[in-house]
Design a protein around this ligand. Sequence first.
Ligand SMILES: Cc1cc2nc3c(=O)[nH]c(=O)nc-3n(C[C@H](O)[C@H](O)[C@H](O)COP(=O)(O)OP(=O)(O)OC[C@H]3O[C@@H](n4cnc5c(N)ncnc54)[C@H](O)[C@@H]3O)c2cc1C
Length: 434
Amino acid sequence: MELNNDKHCSWIHDLSPRTNIKSVDSKKECEWLIIGAGYTGLSAARKLGQLNPNQKIILVDAQLAGEGASGRNSGYLVDTTLNDGFSSSREVENYKKKSEIYNLGIEVVKNYIKEYQVDCDWNESGKYFASSKIEDLKKIINFSDTLSKLGFDHKLLYNDELSKELGTKFYNVALYTKGGILLHPGKLARSMVNTLPNNVELYENSNLINWSSFKDYIFCEFKNGKIKTKKIIFATNGFLKSLGIRINYNFPITLTASMTRPLTDGEFKLIGEPKEWGVLPIRPMGATVRMTKDKRILIRNTAELRNPFKMSDADLIKRSLIQKIGIKKRFPQLPENLIKSTWSGIVSRTRNSSQIFEKIKENIFVAGCYNGSGIGVGTLFGEQIAIKAINENSKEIETIERRNKPTWLPPQPFLNFGIKTRLMYERFRAKSEV
Ligand SMILES: Cc1cc2nc3c(=O)[nH]c(=O)nc-3n(C[C@H](O)[C@H](O)[C@H](O)COP(=O)(O)OP(=O)(O)OC[C@H]3O[C@@H](n4cnc5c(N)ncnc54)[C@H](O)[C@@H]3O)c2cc1C
């Protein structure tokens, strides 16, 4: 299967090119093998390396480390998400469990960037859940009640106030939460590659093709080599299913995003010179839109079930046109052809939006499925799955274990039919918000 992402992501183009890339090209043996070098795998490797300085740890990725979804997402480190239920007290209780995990995620990233002095354009700007449709006010008020019960600092905003803060008249209602952080996802992922401990060997451009366990070992096969390991952590998120892991509990979704060039000073003046901001949609298939620190506009407004995962350039051009319209609707005063790059990335979903964090067999561990909150939760789950794998406990693991577990998915072809129908329905409902 083709795993490598396209090469078009602006966040990744902002980084300096890597050198000294090694691939799996022989037979190797280790104590620990981690498959997948996004936030989850990189954090697991960092933690394991610190906890076991004398053991050999190998981290492998099918492409360049940190350049999958982790380096190409929208960069919202979230404290809250909107599209969960919260009309019953049970749902509020579930929401509380989720938000405890999000907050631990924020803490762990904050501690990491402080400890390693990471520059990832960290901005504690908060974020807006916004809509052009005044009828979405009902949902916002309902959400606001839940946030008040749980003690989240937030406020409601309307037309003029909103357009002053965002530089667009597109939105009519919004709920602003103070706790969200905006950052540069590529810089964060790259810093995690650069700060791997010395006892972690990193191999890239090495796709795990097959794996099996026998007696005390796990055997992994790559195109040009093999690795025999005592313990393994799967951190491949959107690709868990393709490796045969928890196949009835997760499925991959392909997202595409576009980024403009930086606006000129004149263009920026035309939209009122707003501060950096991030908007998340109120309707699930609406657009995520960001004004970055350096005056670029990012938009993500597609999510689809695809096979193969990878998008051709022609497929990306089609998505880019949808994103161009999204930008035009919000900023009619700006020139037409601002988009500099369009890219895709793979995420993993579960039916009830819960995460996977478990030992699936003796010496085999997995963490993934963050449903749009992987910056914080992936970093947290990576560190904590490492702690779980060495048979230790922590207060974070206790919080994680209290979450609702992912629920079972129907088999094919019912699954794909169900997902496609749901996406179509959500797309229709969010038509105005794309
Ligand atoms: C466009 C987009 C926008 C998003 N926006 C946000 C956002 O604003 N905030 C947020 O928190 N999250 C967001 N996400 C989700 C977030 O990026 C993910 O949840 C997060 O990156 C998951 O990290 P991970 O390390 O678990 O997985 P990944 O980053 O996907 O890493 C998994 C790695 O495994 C490797 N791999 C897969 N199969 C194999 C194999 N067979 N052999 C070897 N290696 C393999 C892949 O190459 C990949 O590098 C977004 C994602 C996308 C695509």
